[in-house]
Design a protein around this ligand. Structure first.
Ligand code: ADP
Ligand code: MG
Length: 695
């Protein structure tokens, strides 16, 4: 089955719409984050102007938007460049001066011919006893009155695209929009007071008053629900498909695990134990495990992963752990080595760095099973890597991999138990959208003895004096991470900012300063990183490549420049790099001047708590429906119509609805099921549809 043809009109390119050419088409595409008509239909108005107020000139109040019917009396051309052209108009009750800058005489002759009647709309102002209107928003002939005297939605715009252009294009899109078979339950629709998809999209673009802009408006609710239902349904379909695959029951008596645990200088925390019990219960079942372990940075996920691996190793199968970066894979190798050596388990590491013959040899050891544990990056999940019997795949910091890689991975791991681990504290509602009904374990307790990080907000002007303070610290053995801001979407610019800071610090500290960024080759990164870990370098200037996982207990100062540009979850992760050793730790959040109140509040949360889950919930609350820098990297789905803060209850409803639907019609073959397939296409949940087709 391919996309239903009814959807064609909304999947056409934007340039098929009136007033959209190649040039503003590109601009629109950037604004909307998509090049389809549908992307435009999903662009919500943020405000509106009410042009229905239509007084006589004498009654038009100062400062109010009014639509007037006037007769054009006189053109008064600009006396010289830079001065406006004035047009005098009357309606029998008084006169108004229309003021225009930079318009040619031809334009006036055509748009506002003398003695003709025109409808004009805009803000009326009193200026020295005379009414005036600067650049009316709309001008039309009398017969166009109905199109002007309306409520005009105002959209978020981008330079080069006017609201008028956008409105025209949206009108065009609305006129070709199809009517689709209803996918929502009729009784539910009635109970909610919602209209059809078609009518709801129309209402979205036709707010009648303030309520039309609120997330509580029935049209906005319905459309949010559609989006959430598509999300939940697609996750559930993928999950259903996976659950059908049988796994192996990993029955063992835990001797391998015991060998590892006996090497540790500490006991597992209660949370780690609880998490392992949940994992063990899954793994004893002959079904495929798909479990998410959420645990703050430093909560001790690595040892949990190693213990889980022992379940399959003891049964003679292999286990793998995949990290998002080379650095992290190497770090895992270091952590695992003493544990696995103690238990007499063979292991191997595979990353992009292994080339040629060496790589072939690694493949061989994976294929013949002589490598019991395999550590690596996504290189592990390429087609050429074939395991003898992969019993458990652990995906670390999996939010960095993105939904698509995750799905590709689930293909690779048919019948394999999967444990995903993330340090990104995700609010509960978001967990639902990202993982559907995947099982979740939380490690919500840190190993004992962690010292709180002294977190301070610092205006940019004070950076120099902070460098002085750091100088004293370094002399007594401190080690500093210095993270440079995300600039735009550009790796090149990120790098420039980091290099500039590196130069400044190097002037003072010479070769004690290292620089690490995404453009370095893997071995170059390793070299810098290990120089920092050894203490040969005292300051490590970095772009966000150090974001996840890296463990240097001696590092006790974290500086984050332009902290306001990071998501709170990211800041939290970065801060988690320090506070791991014996020394007191600091985190300086450097901000630029002119910070908004909300931005300040967000940073203040960082000062108030180190609990990642609280930080995540607060962040969601504060940023509301707005975009946040850093979500791009989070791997979480982003919604255009749903606002998880306002529509959390709809998400829960969509989840329940999904369960009900799939319990009765898991291949979506009933009449409603077929309509739901259209919904999946509408929200481009192609992966889920593929699963359906695979059966
Ligand atoms: P993360 O959850 O961020 O991956 P790690 O697994 O890297 O955390 O653990 C961070 C540090 O805490 C490591 O040095 C690890 O040895 C240590 N650790 C883990 N569990 C415990 C525990 N129960 N008690 C004390 N230290 C622990
Ligand atoms: Mg980790």
């Amino acid at each position: 089955m391919s996309r239903p043809f009814e959807l064609d009109p909304v999947f056409r390119g934007l340039t098929t719409l009136p007033g959209v050419g190649p040039k503003n088409g590109k601009l629109l595409e950037k604004l909307l984050g998509g090049a389809k008509v549908l992307d435009l239909l999903h662009h919500k108005p943020a405000d509106f102007v009410d042009r229905r107020f239509s007084p006589k000139i004498s009654d038009a109040p100062d400062g109010k938007i009014a639509t007037l019917e006037v007769q054009i009396m006189q053109h008064k051309p600009a006396a010289r460049r830079g001065l406006p052209t004035k047009v005098i108009a009357t309606d029998g009750t008084g006169s108004i001066t229309l003021i225009f800058f930079n318009m040619g005489a031809d334009w006036f002759a055509k748009q506002l011919p003398i003695n003709e009647t025109r409808i004009i709309s805009g803000k009326v102002e009193n200026y020295q006893g005379q009414k005036q209107m600067i650049h009316p928003d709309a001008i039309g002939k009398v017969e166009e009155r109905a199109t002007i005297e309306t409520i005009e939605p105002i959209y978020p715009l981008t330079a080069g695209v006017t609201n008028k252009t956008l409105r025209k294009a949206i009108k065009g899109a609305l006129s070709t929009m199809p009517k689709l078979a209803e996918w929502d339950d009729a009784a539910f629709l009635k109970q909610q007071g919602w209209s059809s998809w078609h009518d709801s999209i129309k209402m979205l673009h036709d707010p009648e008053d303030e309520s039309g802009l609120l997330p509580t408006h029935p049209a906005r609710q319905r459309l949010a629900y559609d989006e959430l239902l598509a999300n939940q349904l697609s996750l559930a379909l993928v999950r259903l498909h996976q659950r059908k695959q049988n796994g192996r029951a990993w029955v063992n008596n835990g001797t391998m695990r015991q060998k590892i645990l006996s090497t540790l200088p500490f006991d597992l925390t209660g949370a780690q134990k609880r998490c392992l019990e949940e994992i063990d219960a899954d793994m004893r079942e002959p079904l495929k495990m798909l479990r998410l372990v959420q645990g703050d940075v430093g909560s001790g996920k690595t040892i949990v992963a190693a213990c889980a691996m022992m379940n399959v190793i003891e049964c003679g199968a292999q286990a793998a752990i995949m990290a998002p970066t080379e650095i992290l894979a190497r770090q895992h190798e270091e952590s695992f080595a003493p544990w696995l050596d103690a238990a007499g388990i063979s292991y191997i590491t595979l990353t992009g760095r292994n080339k040629g013959k060496e790589r072939e040899k690694i493949y061989q050891q994976i294929a013949d099973g002589s490598a019991q544990v395999v550590i690596g990056t996504h290189a592990l999940f390429q087609d050429s890597v074939i395991f003898k019997e992969l019993g458990l795949a652990v995906i670390d910091e999996q939010h960095r991999f993105g939904v698509h890689q995750r799905l590709a991975l689930s293909q690779k791991t048919k019948g394999t138990d999967v444990l995903v681990m993330t340090a990104t504290p995700i609010p509960r509602t978001l967990t639902l959208t990202a993982y559907g009904d995947m099982e979740v374990s939380r490690i919500d307790e840190k190993p004992p003895g962690r010292k709180p990080v002294d977190t301070r907000l610092l205006p940019k002007e004070k950076v120099d004096s902070m460098i002085d303070a750091i100088d004293r610290q370094i002399k007594t053995g401190a080690r500093v991470y210095w993270v440079c801001p995300l600039v735009e979407d550009s790796e090149v610019l990120d790098l420039q900012a980091a290099e500039a800071r590196f130069d400044i610090l190097q002037e003072r500290y010479g070769d004690q300063v290292g620089l690490i960024h995404g453009r370095l080759k893997a071995d170059e990164k390793d070299a810098v990183m290990s120089a920092f870990a050894r203490g040969d370098k005292k300051i490590l200037v970095a772009t966000t490549v150090i974001e996840v996982g890296v463990n240097v207990p001696e590092a006790n100062i974290m500086v984050i420049e332009q902290a306001e540009r990071f998501g709170l979850a990211q800041l939290h992760q970065l801060r988690g790099r320090v506070g791991r050793g014996a020394e007191k730790s600091f985190c300086f959040l450097v901000y630029a001047e002119g910070l908004s109140q909300t931005a300040k509040e967000r940073l203040t949360i960082m000062r108030e708590t180190e609990d990642g889950f609280i930080i995540a919930e607060k962040d969601l609350e504060l940023r509301g429906g707005g975009e946040i820098l850093g979500t791009r990297q989070s791997g979480l789905p982003t919604f255009k119509l749903a606002d998880l803060n306002a529509h959390g209850d709809l998400l829960a409803a969509a989840r329940d609805d999904t369960k009900l639907i799939l319990s009765k019609d898991e291949n979506l073959e009933t009449e409603r099921g077929i309509a739901l397939k259209t919904l999946l296409y509408l929200f481009e949940q192609d992966q889920a549809i593929k699963r359906l087709q695979a059966g």
